[in-house]
Ligand binder design. Structure first.
Ligand code: NAP
Ligand code: ZN
Length: 387
């Protein structure tokens, strides 16, 4: 497998070098190139602009590429952060979408793992160097040479002149075979889409911290990530507590698998659970005070942050020192683990709870996600956009 990756990479690097030698711009970005694939998409030209219909270009297939007809795409809170330039790295136009489910339309001559018609998925990454220590450890998300995001990333083979990547709010996408996932056929396909980000982002830390029967696990924030965190922690056998700011979500939390519900704005409830959690998964998407959650941890326990990628409010050192506690972080998961998570879902009959929308409803959906009003993941049905 490693050798095949290496050979593919060398071939791609060689082709890219040839391209750079003979063309001032990579050939597949030339407007004269008839082979580029124009696709309909929804994107934004600016952080303050609404998303609107636009056309973007996909590269012609390289030997190792798969061209996917997109059926469904989940709406992640990260799509909103990215579009709003909350992380300061947005390149416009931006076409979000990294919870992609589709069918293989065509494949490059070197593709061996997929055939036309296969049901496949694409998550948050579409490429990485495949040679660094992180990639060799199946942790492409931490690629030392920078993984390529499904959108707002830079195509690493195309070179400096290459355009950035466009995501799944579109009719089709071209992706390197190694970053394409096999989707179990026994699950509700539209409800599988959110597993590609919300699923792996919550599954990976629960596995890394070895969550098992007998552990008490808290999940903070009942949104897209949080509802998957509850389902996974429950399926792994843990006693699971939903930690939420929304009392009206308590009933749903129990239906999703929570054994208990803690309303985080209620100091009395926080005190009741003090020092009792083995692990807390924090999915809150904005800066907030993590001190109350730290008091909930047992000695030697960990709270893993996956939500707020920004400065947090000051943390009191005593909340770590008095109990040898840890605060950690986690980023999505590698491709191998993402496939493992999909197989785990197939085995345990786990999918996301979804509300279906058409692409022209995306701006309203963004507003609702920002108001914590989503139950529990919007998924775009791409069919209406195609017809
Ligand atoms: P989401 O659907 O909007 O859910 C977030 C939930 O957090 C809300 O429903 C709400 O739940 C709670 N919340 C919101 N504001 C809060 C506040 N000020 N204080 C306390 N709780 C608050 O978002 P998501 O799609 O799950 O994404 C969550 C975050 O994870 C985003 O920032 C996203 O960018 C990030 N993310 C990270 C990774 C990674 O690899 N680390 C991957 C994907 C996404 P309650 O109503 O229950 O309180
Ligand atoms: Zn996401």
């Amino acid at each position: 497998m490693v050798i095949r990756h290496y050979k593919t990479l060398m071939k791609q690097e060689f082709n890219a070098a040839l391209t750079r030698k003979f063309f001032s711009k990579p050939y597949f970005w030339s407007s004269k190139d008839k082979k580029m694939i124009a696709v309909k998409a929804y994107g934004a030209d600016d952080k303050d602009a609404a998303l609107k219909e636009m056309t973007v270009k996909r590269r012609d297939l390289r030997d190792s590429d798969v061209h996917i007809d997109i059926l469904y795409c989940g709406v992640c809170h990260s799509d909103i952060h990215a579009k709003n330039n909350d992380w300061g790295n947005a390149k416009y136009p931006i076409v979000p979408g990294h919870e992609i489910i589709g069918k293989v339309l065509e494949k490059g001559s070197g593709v061996t793992n997929f055939n036309v018609g296969d049901l496949v998925g694409v998550g948050c990454m579409v490429d990485s160097c495949q040679t660094c220590n992180a990639c060799k450890d199946d942790l492409e998300q931490f690629c030392e040479n920078g993984m390529t995001g499904t959108y707002n990333g830079k195509d690493r083979i195309g070179g400096a002149d290459s355009a950035h990547t466009f995501g799944g709010y579109s009719t089709s996408i071209v992706v390197r075979e190694e970053f394409v996932l096999t989707i179990p056929e026994n699950l509700d396909t539209k409800a599988v889409a959110p597993l590609l980000c919300a699923g792996i982002t919550t599954y990976s830390p629960l596995k890394h911290w070895n969550i098992k029967k007998g552990d008490k696990v808290g999940v903070v924030g009942l949104g897209g990530l949080g509802h998957m965190g509850i389902k996974f922690a429950h399926a792994m056998g843990a006693e699971t507590v939903m930690i939420t700011t929304s009392p009206d979500k308590a009933k749903d939390a129990k239906r999703l698998g929570a054994d208990g519900v803690l309303i985080s704005t209620n100091d009395g409830e926080i005190k009741q659970h003090t020092g009792s959690f083995d692990f807390i998964l924090n999915t809150v998407p904005v800066s907030h005070d993590i001190n109350p959650y730290l008091t909930l941890l047992k000695r030697d326990a960990t709270m893993c942050m996956v939500g707020a990628i920004e400065p947090l409010k000051p943390m009191h050192g005593g909340n770590l020192i008095l109990g040898r506690k840890s605060v950690a972080g986690s980023l999505i998961g590698g491709i191998k683990e993402t496939q493992e998570m999909l197989d785990f879902c197939a085995e345990h009959d786990i999918v996301s709870d979804v509300e279906m929308i058409n692409l022209d409803g995306i701006n309203a959906a963004f507003d609702r996600v920002q108001n914590s009003d989503v139950k529990y993941r919007f998924v775009i049905d791409m069919q209406s956009f195609k017809s």
